[in-house]
Ligand binder design. Sequence first.
Ligand SMILES: Nc1ncnc2c1ncn2[C@@H]1O[C@H](COP(=O)(O)OP(=O)(O)OP(=O)(O)O)[C@@H](O)[C@H]1O
Length: 459
Amino acid sequence: MRGAKEGEYMDNLKQFWTETLNRYGENSDDKIVFDSIFTQTEAKELQNNELIITIESVFNKTFIEDASEQLAEFFYEVSGIKATIKVMSNQEYDNMNKAKAPVVEVKEEVEDFDDHLSADLTFDNFVVGNCNRIAQNAALAVALKPGTYNPLFLHSNSGLGKTHLLNAIGNYVKTKFPGKRILYTNAEAFVNDYVEAIGNNTIASFNRRYRSVDILLIDDIQFIANKEGSMEMFFNIFNTLQHSGKQIVITSDKPPVELKGMENRLVSRFRQGLTVTIDNPEFETAKAILKKKIESRMIDYPIDEEVLDFIASHFNKDVRDLEGAVTTLLFYKVVCGQNLDHISLDFALEAFDNPDNTTTITKKEATPDTIKETVASYYNLSVTQLTSKSRTNNIITARHIAMYLVRELVPDISYIQIGQEFGGRDHSTIMKACSKVKKKMKQDPNYKTAINDLMERLS
Ligand SMILES: Nc1ncnc2c1ncn2[C@@H]1O[C@H](COP(=O)(O)OP(=O)(O)OP(=O)(O)O)[C@@H](O)[C@H]1O
């Protein structure tokens, strides 16, 4: 009996071959030969970039052999796998297998269909204002009826809610259509996955993973610019998903036409659907977002309205700055204002020192080293234990939190770099750790408090 992994591998191989034949058939002038010979072929295996195709009669082999280059091209288009085609009669193939002993197992990675969504980024806690209304409407339309706008392309400056909306779409679809397979990723992780798949010879598994989704949510697509292999692979995946009516949502820091180093055919695909932008929040929206963020901190003292007005008008270029201002204020209250029963504007101004310096106050200056040291001492561990291979529960918990904090607090650090900081782990381990922490923060208030506490220590 075939094993489950081998079964899936064969199903995909057969599917790719059927699509290859369909493309060949569409381009073939000789329908009779195609219908009577080509459609009788079968894809048997793919080993070392050689695709073995069988046919009943040895006399018909040459028809397929003559077309093998063209077939290999179509096979590459549909699967992303470059392979040469070897044609055998069924008899030849059976003889070859009898001669082989033992049968070589097809090595395929176990598929990881973790959707990588952050459960706390939803439509419910996304504040809508003039700056983002169109983007939120489009995202909601796609979530209610995947395929409505395909692709949906969201772009804006940093920190204005693109990732939030991507996750909101995913979380909404996950609840409303539990059967749908959703994948949130960012272009950096896509490139890393692809490079890893090439290195490990697991391109088929990589392809299956991305092509089998119903909703692909891909963040920061600008990251694949100038990376030819990744762009080509993404192009093929995009086409397959779009042809089969699967929803793709893309975000970027620029509109498609302004993406430098992006292949024209990709730019044109991106423009095919709906492109919307998110602007900086205007005062009213900034204030509403601010109130929402304060509400989620569950503090038990009031903040004067004029403090909110001050923050909303000085920190509205990036929602992360609004969040940073709240953190600064609450931290300052803990340190210098424990006896105060409310936060006044004078106190806030003192906390922010000088509005022109606010970015200095709110900027995260933590480094991987300071984060590792802070987390290790918080959990009574050494940094060596934190980055070790130990599987002890309390060490794993602290390690995951440290990885998450490095990702959150160190600007522009990649998953690969974080892996290097933690004993040479690979990027997928870090991605999984970060998504575990996010999930657990949602589920366990004590865990969340510990992380907030650590964040404040590191601010
Ligand atoms: N309208 C909003 N309502 C509530 N929170 C928001 C809103 N917009 C942004 N945020 C919050 O601001 C933070 C930054 O948002 P997000 O990560 O989605 O920005 P982004 O546009 O993807 O940034 P980048 O381009 O840097 O990746 C997140 O914590 C997000 O929840």
